[in-house]
Design a protein around this ligand. Structure first.
Ligand code: DAH
Length: 341
């Protein structure tokens, strides 16, 4: 049966031609022509009966391959048609796609609350640059040339286009100087913003963090005004049972200077894990503006005096929300952020 070979070749050609000429929706016609019980392939198989055993083996194999190829192509047409004909009508009873609504970052939320609280006490917001000169960040703030905070190990310096060193401010205190130059006295401002230090990140340190600076200069301003302002502020933020404590400290730009602690809002002074059994949590620095700072910007010191403070925003946000790792605020993991509705 040597012409069987020729028949197979023709059948194959026929199929490929039919595949091109037939509309996909008519796939069943193709199937009938080629694969039905009396179809072309079946006829060819029937011809095997007249073959020698050797030819049977040989042509049987070729025929099976052709049959598989045809079956596969027809299946492909069929599923293409079924896909195109799938029901496309809108089903208004299906639930809608969930749409995540935007939320304010927890640090921004905290910052907004801080600003609102001070605004109610008459403080206005003043902003300053993050790229500073040593004059504003150190000199004008009475920081001596040998002060360790100026070291490259603490402060991030930047060589600018005119080959002078500038720096990323290490604190919001230089805004005190900008504001005094710009507005003069009397003055009552707060300045929230980003600050930079050459620190390795860990649970309590970040090379970038936020402070809120406060400055009040007027006639007859005393340390009692400072204390009253901070007490009012922390009670508004953390609750009316909060007390504050001043610990003597040193800052170049204030004299006297104090670090500010608040009663631990978790144990109210009894001692717990959060406050490491001390009953208090350190929140920032403060003091009476140093005469050298006022002198430097030409304030009449016979008439005016002032207080200043600087608070850590992350500190407060961590306390308010029971967050124990500062890095969570910067990683922007949605599973964390979505908890702050
Ligand atoms: N600038 C200080 C710091 O970053 C904080 C500070 C202390 C600010 C005392 C002040 C102040 O205004 O009076 O550690």
């Amino acid at each position: 049966m040597s012409n069987l070979e020729e028949h197979i070749r023709i059948a194959k050609q026929k199929f490929h031609q039919a595949l091109q000429d037939t509309a996909p929706e008519a796939w069943e016609t193709l199937k009938n022509t080629f694969l039905a019980r009396k179809g072309i392939i079946a006829e060819l198989f029937a011809m095997l009966a007249e073959c020698t055993p050797e030819e049977k083996r040989h042509y049987g194999k070729t025929l099976n391959e052709l049959k598989n190829e045809i079956t596969e192509q027809i299946e492909r047409l069929k599923s293409k048609v079924e896909f195109q004909l799938r029901p496309k009508r809108l089903d208004p009873t299906l639930p809608g796609k969930p749409y995540p609504y935007p939320r304010v970052h927890p640090l921004t939320q905290t910052l907004n609350r801080i600003v609102d609280t001070f605004a109610r006490m008459g403080f206005v917001v003043e902003e300053g640059p993050e790229l500073e000169t040593a004059y504003y960040n150190f000199d004008a703030l009475n920081t001596p040339i040998w002060h360790p905070a100026r070291e490259k190990s603490d402060t991030l310096y930047i060589l600018n286009s005119t080959s002078e060193y500038e720096l990323l401010r290490t604190e919001t205190s230089p805004v005190q100087i900008h504001a005094l130059e710009k507005r003069g006295v009397p003055i009552r401002i707060i300045s929230p913003g980003r600050v930079y230090r050459n620190d390795k990140p860990d649970a309590t340190h970040s090379p970038v963090f936020h402070q809120v600076e406060g400055l009040c200069v007027d006639e007859k301003i005393s340390m009692a005004d400072l204390k009253g302002t901070l007490l009012g502020f922390y009670r508004a933020m953390l609750g009316s049972r909060i007390e504050i404590r001043f610990r003597p400290h040193f800052f170049p730009f204030t004299e006297p200077s104090a670090e500010v602690d608040v009663t631990c809002p978790f144990c109210y002074g009894n001692g717990c894990r959060i406050c490491k059994q001390s009953g208090y949590i350190e929140m920032g620095g403060s003091g009476m503006v140093h005469p050298n700072v006022l002198k430097g910007v030409g304030v009449d010191m016979e008439k005016y005096s002032g207080f200043a403070f600087g608070l850590g925003v992350e500190r407060l946000a961590m306390l308010l929300h029971g967050v124990d790792d500062i890095r969570l605020f910067y990683e922007n993991d949605l599973r964390f952020l979505e908890q702050f509705a």
